[in-house]
Structures are given as C-alpha cells and as structure tokens.
Design a protein. Structure first.
Length: 659
C-alpha cells in the first residue's frame, strides 16, 4: 500500500536499477542472500533477476518464485509481464502453501495424502468448536475457537510442541496451557478420524516427505534450476525445511532483511536470514542499502538504532532522496495529552492544505491506540484502522452500547438480543420469546416491570436499565452507570477485562461532547466509522491508524509513532530475554522506516511502571540486566526535542516544525 499519492510533494522518477540492484539481479554465482534494507527496491530486484535469467537462456518454467501473499504474487506476475511479456505466465509464481498444495494434489501417493479432504478456515473453526465444547464446555473465559486455531497454526509452523509455544508467546500458564493442549489434541484426533486436511497440514506434509522420502526429494530437486524467495525474513522453520530440501542443484536467491524480522509470534525464524551463510555453506551475501523512501535524517536515526545492537545487522541505509528534517521526540504528560497533541497537529496541517491521507499513526497494538482513536473521533478526523478492531466495533463496547440502545429505542430487536443474552441462563430462544413481548410495550417503565417479573433470577437485568434511565439526561453519567452495573457481568465474559474496561472511560469522554444519549448513539453507533474502510482504496482521504506489525510495505509522508517510551520499546515483558529484546528493536526500526518526510516519536512521561524523565529523554528506574529503553542514549544531533507543548492545544494551536 502506497499512501504517497495525490496532492503532495512530487518525487523525481526512480532509476531503473542502481548498481547494487543490478549486481544482485545479474549475480552469476551459487546460492545468494540479498539483504534488502527498508525501502531499497527488493521487488524491482527480484523481477529484474527473473528477467535476467530468462534473457540468459534459462527456461522460465524452471524458475520458481515464492511469495507470502496472493496479492504479492499477483503484483509479481504483473511486473514480470511488463518485463518479459507472455513468458511471465510460465514462471511458477505463488505462495508457499499454493506451491506445496499443487504437488500434494499431483502426487498424493508419494505424499501419503491420497484420500484426504481439504477443509477451509471456516470448517477448521467448526471442528475446533466441537473439540472445545467437548473438552471445556461452556467456559466464557476460555480462548475461543479462532484463537485456538491460531495457537495450533503457530505451533505447527514453528515446529515446536503446543505447550512450549504457549509458554513462550502467550500469557497462558499452567492449567490453562494444559487445557488448551487437550483441546488441540482432540481437534487433531477428530481431523484424522475424518481424514480432513487443514491449511497447516500443507507445509507440514510437504516438508516431512521431502526430507523422509529420497524419491520425493529427487523429483522436486530435478524440476527447478532457480528458487527465488521474497520476504525471506518471514519464513518459518517448515518453509526453511522446504527450501533446504529443494536446493542443490537449484540455486537459492533469497531476498530479505533480518532487521525487519518481527513475526516470531507467528513462526518467523530470524535465523533463516541472519544465519543464512552458516546454513548454506559457500553462499554469498549481497546488500541493497540505497533507500528510495525516506530522507537521510530519518535513516540516520534508524541506522543508529541498529548499530546499538549486539547483533551484526551489517547494513547502513543511505537516502537516494537526500537530506530532510530531523525526527522529533515529543514528551507529553499522559496518553490523553499525547492523543490531543496529535489531533491538533493533524488538524493544523489539514487546515494548511495537507491531505489526511498524507499522515500515518503507528501503534504497538489496538489497545495502545485507544486514546488516540477517541481523540480522532472526538475531533471528526476521518481515519481507518488497520491491524486491530476499532473502539466502537469492539465486542465489549457493543455489549455496553446495546443497553443504551434498548433504552433509547425499545423496539431495537438486535440490541435486545445482545443485551439479554449477556445474562446468565438467558439463551437465544428465551431472549427471542421475551423480545416478542418487549417490542409491544408502551414505554420503558413497562419494559422494566416486565423484565423484573420475567427474569427474577437476574434482578440486575432490569435494575441496570432503570438506573441508566434515571441518568438519561447526562450522557457521560449514563455510561458511567452502565459501566458500574455491567462490570461484574462483563469481567466474567472477557478474560482480559482489565484491559478492555479502560475503553469505557474513553466512551465517557466521547459522550461529554453530546447533549443527549440519542445524539451520541446516532453519531457513533448508528453510523460509525467501520472496519470496512480498511478495504477501501488508498486514494480515500483518511488518516491511517495502523499497528506496526501491519505496517510493513506501507509508507506515508508524515508518521506519528506513538507510545515511544520505557515499557513499550522494548516491551516490559521482553526485558531480560535477548532474543525478544532484539525483536523489539526491529519492531521500532520497522516503524521508523515507514516515514518519508517527517517522523514524530511521541511518548508519555507518566507511563506505567517506575519511569521518570531524565535529561529531556525517557529513562527507566530500577534494576534490569536487559535494555530498559532503546532511545535513552540517542545522540542529541539525531533528533529534535525542543518542541513547545501547549497544555491546552485546542485553545492555542501548536506550530509544527517546518524548516
């Protein structure tokens, strides 16, 4: 996704290939790893490599090009067609899964999967629900089937036991890990009994037979002369086993960046790139270090961050575009002030002629962005959220708002169904019967009386409606009352309630803008900014709010990286674990290198934990053998820290840095 289109600074046309790209594309040795730094044109290099091979007489059918998404595969095919014409259609191009599935279907006997039935994600979830229900029963706090399916997938792709994966990459412990393991074991048993074959079996069966059967290995090795791999840093242990089993005589041409390996929790193996020459004896390493995206000042800070690592990332990006503005560190008192400052800066830039789409806000998680999201909504700034569920689309928020909706409109059957089924021993059938009567009642007083008589075992069901009705003239007070009454109910439903409950404070803040509850609901619930906007075209004029883990491949002229403070970079849970700390460093690196022209790193002084400001930078107190904060020793010449912060940004607009 390219967010740099429309009304903005024009950039000169890029050269076809620079010297480093040309050297890689025309490399004439054995196996090679191309270390492609952020924004260095890896796709152009891979396409040029295929064109070079076909121009030198290699049969395009013997060149295998593997990508990670169907979208990337389509883009590769399109660009190949522009380079080599119709021959591009004969170059096998696709994802690892599609490639492996092609041969599992072609040679079912060789791969020992002859009578298996392939099930899709929906079928997998249904089977997981059966296993969950049989092992766990009706435990609302236990992980749902989709989450269990993800645990199963990641454990398979990291090629490690489920218990080991859960202990390292989730917050589950002890008994919880055992129960999850039991469900996944039952799921596997059901799958085998039905001869089902899910998405994660594709790589597993292919890799297993490739290394177990000499016949399979010889047949696969004889089919290709060149194996080209995009985004090598995202490959997992199973994908590495596939590449390792197919190479020789076929030559590997792997393009990736160890500094952008940030998906260990999904199975990506950092060593597939960082230890490439150890795993492939005699292989070469080439580098792409000329960045076409950012200005040099942004790259200087990003380079410095990698240089502080005990690992040898061994790359130094230079800007093809030349010099620009220094990144800015912005210290604020709390997350509300941080959110309001960003909204104020966005509005001032928009009033000055900048388009909303020129701006991207990067966050570690959806939860970490809640205050910013509330401020965007509050100030009518159009946005889309990529990588997380939006505040007003979250299940717990919808639960609470269903209460307000039934009071505002007792004929709202959907809201009644959601509200009633929250309560113990009220199923869908019972709720439907009650709703048929509720919608005939003349007023909310009659509704409360009916519910009190219909559900005597749940007296708070009617009491909650009555208490909210008494505060109806004050929208923020209504949300406060609803929160107080529904908290005992919702904290049993959601095992991460402590985190979710904070969203209701943001709802109260939004409600303070409105004179009536009906107006609040109409503004934010009946016509909300929905998740469907994620799929809209990039030329829609919206600010992009995005999680860092969703941001690879994106860019924007102005980037705000929020929550850059101790406890977040690195995350407090990673401190003391060298591998996790280094992945945290790479997460920050990826976030920084999304910016084209301006980069703002904002953080709060009053962050959670024992953190205090020190020398105009954040500094963590307390003992830790790990890295407490990546930017605690950033050289002053790399950043600007003299931004004046107004404590009431909307009364006195802030002048942003413009040299």
């Amino acid at each position: 996704m390219d967010l740099n289109d429309g009304k903005r600074e024009a950039k000169p046309a890029l050269p076809r290939l620079n010297a480093q790209q040309k050297r890689a594309a025309e490399f004439d040795g054995g196996h090679v790893l191309v270390l492609a730094g952020a924004g260095t044109g890896k796709t152009s290099t891979i396409v040029a490599r295929v064109a070079h091979l076909t121009n030198t007489g290699i049969d395009p059918r013997r060149i295998l090009l593997l990508t990670f998404t169907r979208r990337a595969a389509r883009e590769m095919r399109h660009r190949l067609t522009l380079q080599i014409g119709q021959a591009a259609k004969t170059v096998p191009t696709g994802t690892f899964h599609n490639f492996c599935l092609q041969y599992l279907r072609r040679w079912p006997d060789l791969f020992e999967c002859g009578s298996l039935t392939i099930i899709d994600r929906d079928d997998q979830l249904q089977l997981m629900k059966l296993a969950r229900a049989d092992i766990v029963g009706k435990d609302a706090g236990f992980p749902k089937s989709a989450e269990l399916a993800n645990y199963y997938s990641y454990a398979r792709n990291t090629n490690r036991p489920v218990a080991e994966y859960l202990a390292e990459f989730t917050d589950h412990e002890g008994d919880s890990i055992e129960r999850i393991g039991a469900v996944l074991k039952d799921y596997t048993k059901r799958k085998h009994e039905c001869r089902y074959f899910d998405y994660d079996d594709i790589l597993h069966l292919f890799a297993r037979q490739l290394h177990r059967s000499r016949l399979v290995r010889e047949k696969m090795q004889s089919r290709y002369d060149h194996l080209l791999v995009d985004e090598m840093q995202d490959t997992n242990p199973l994908q590495w086993l596939i590449l390792d089993g197919m190479r020789d005589p076929a030559k590997l041409f792997c393009v990736g960046d160890d500094a952008q390996c940030i998906y260990a929790f999904r199975g990506a193996d950092f060593r597939n790139v960082h230890s490439f020459t150890d795993r492939v004896p005699g292989s070469s390493v080439l580098k792409l270090e000329e960045n076409f995206r950012s200005t040099q000042e942004i790259l200087d800070l990003s380079n410095w961050l990698l240089d502080q690592s005990p690992l040898e990332y061994d790359k130094h990006l230079t800007a093809w575009r030349g010099a620009g503005e220094k990144p800015v560190l912005v210290e604020l008192d709390d997350d509300f002030e941080e959110a309001d400052w960003i909204s104020s800066d966005l509005m001032q830039r928009h009033e000055g002629g900048d388009e909303w789409r020129d701006h991207m806000i990067l966050t570690r998680s959806a939860w970490a962005a809640r205050s910013v999201e509330a401020s965007l909504i509050e100030n009518d700034i159009p946005y889309r959220f990529i990588g997380g569920t939006q505040l007003l689309q979250s299940a717990h928020v919808k639960d609470l708002l269903s209460l307000l909706r039934v009071i505002d409109n007792p004929a709202d059957q959907l809201a009644w169904m959601r509200y009633l089924t929250l309560w113990p021993r009220v199923g869908e059938k019972t709720a439907a019967t009650a709703i048929n009567h509720l919608v005939t009642l003349p007023n909310i007083k009659a509704v409360v009386e009916f519910l009190a008589g219909r559900f005597p075992a749940n007296p708070r069901l009617a009491e909650t409606i009555e208490e909210c009705r008494q505060s109806w003239a004050r929208p923020a007070a209504v949300i406060g009352a609803a929160t107080d009454k529904m908290t005992p109910l919702l904290e049993k439903k959601y095992d991460d309630w402590d985190r979710r409950s904070k969203d209701f404070k943001l709802l109260q803040r939004l409600a303070e803008k409105h004179e009536t509850v009906g107006e609040f609901l109409e503004t934010y619930t009946l016509d909300p900014i929905t998740e469907s906007e994620v799929g809209k075209e990039d030329n829609d004029d919206l600010v992009t709010l995005i999680t860092v883990h969703s941001a690879k491949g994106t860019e924007a002229p102005v980037c705000y990286l929020i929550g850059v403070q101790p406890g977040n970079y690195p995350h407090v849970r990673s401190i003391g674990d060298d591998d996790k700390e280094e992945e945290e460093r790479r997460v920050l690196y990826v976030a920084m290198t999304r910016a084209q022209n301006e980069l703002f790193l904002t953080g709060t002084i009053r962050s959670r934990g024992a953190f205090v400001p020190h020398h105009n930078r954040f500094y963590q107190t307390g003992g830790s053998s790990g890295q407490p904060y990546f930017l605690s020793d950033v050289p002053p010449h790399l950043v600007r820290t003299d931004l004046e912060i107004d404590t009431d940004p909307f009364d006195s607009p802030i002048t942003s840095f413009r040299d």
